[in-house]
Design a protein around this ligand. Structure first.
Ligand code: NAP
Length: 286
């Protein structure tokens, strides 16, 4: 397994996203735990979650609890695993994703995530999505306080534009560790944010790197270049896509979601695929 860094923390070049294990359409928890264990077996040491990966207000933090359980029941050493969670969204039910960027909410959410994950400090805490009703500086100020208080070891942001990335970096005094934005073959409009992260040396975690839960299976049929390279190499279109993302910049660390051991294993193998410059150019041009 190839590795990358988030500030000075080394993680696997491919992470694991926990959202499909806990939102609408989720499987039985046993299958999700098996998927997490398969990812760990494959050398994955970055797991992305959020307090909002659940169905409604009766099971807030479903995914954080699942990950805590999977780490506790894993037979091997998990001391090097970085769990990256998020706060700032709420899910009252009925499929809604509400936003609360108030400092009070973020601090309380962080305390709750600490309890669910069963840790003294969260390895990477990311603000989930800017709240148009709260000045960004106030929300990120709270993130900075969580760092200062030692409740989180690293701070990240998500769904941020270049101006917000620069603002967060300034407010955090140069301590911004990561940016998590949507990026995939079908959705490339976060390229300016990716390029800015590369320039600033901030990790860029593409979310829905395979096109999202409902479209991930269609990668090969929707993107001819992905299908061609996959056929040439004898690997899945999903693996080719993740290897292409890795080739875009050393700051990129994809976090493909999975809820099955097979998919978690297949995605993890993308870290070692190594595309040629010609293959990368074909995929980037498509
Ligand atoms: N910050 C944000 O606002 C935000 C928003 C969305 C997502 N995220 C994060 O980003 C992560 C990834 O995004 P996502 O889960 O929405 O979408 P995704 O990673 O593009 O796709 C996930 C789906 O891909 C399938 N899959 C994974 N690896 C595969 C493989 N090698 N071959 C075939 N199928 C494969 C999985 O199927 P199975 O379920 O059958 O395994 C899963 O349901 C999330 O889990 C979450 O942690 C963050």
């Amino acid at each position: 397994m190839q590795h990358r860094t988030i500030r000075s923390t080394t993680v696997s070049a491919i992470g694991l996203g926990g959202m499909p294990m806990s939102i609408e359409g989720r499987p039985e928890p046993e299958r999700s735990v098996a998927a997490i264990h398969a990812a760990l077996d494959a050398g994955v040491t970055l797991i992305d979650t959020a307090d909002a990966y659940h169905l409604d207000s009766s099971d807030v933090g479903h995914n954080e609890l699942l990950i805590a359980e999977a780490l506790a029941t894993y037979g091997g050493d998990v001391s090097g695993v970085l769990v990256a969670t998020k706060g700032g969204h709420t899910r009252p039910g009925g499929g809604a994703w509400d936003i609360d960027g108030s400092p009070e909410h973020l601090k309380a959410a962080c305390d709750d995530s600490l309890k669910r994950l069963g840790v003294e400090a969260i390895g990477l805490y990311q603000h989930h999505r800017p709240d148009p009703d709260v000045p960004y500086a106030e929300t990120i100020g709270a993130l900075g306080e969580l760092l200062d208080d030692g409740k989180i070891r690293m701070a990240g942001i998500s769904n941020a534009d270049p101006g917000q990335i620069r603002e967060a970096q300034t407010i955090l005094g140069g301590r911004l560790a990561s940016v998590q934005n949507q990026f995939s073959p079908a959705f490339r409009s976060s390229k300016p944010e990716l390029d800015l992260c590369a320039e600033m040396g901030v990790a860029f975690l593409p979310w829905s790197p395979l096109g999202g839960i409902s479209d991930a299976a269609e990668l090969g049929s929707r993107h001819a270049a992905v299908a061609e390279v996959a056929a040439d190499r004898g690997v899945s279109p999903q693996q080719v896509t993740l290897a292409w993302l890795l080739a875009l910049s050393p700051v990129v660390i994809p976090i493909p979601g999975a809820s099955r051991p097979e998919t978690a294993r297949d995605s993890a193998a993308a870290a070692d695929l190594g595309l040629t410059p010609d293959e990368v150019a074909r995929l980037s041009a498509a």
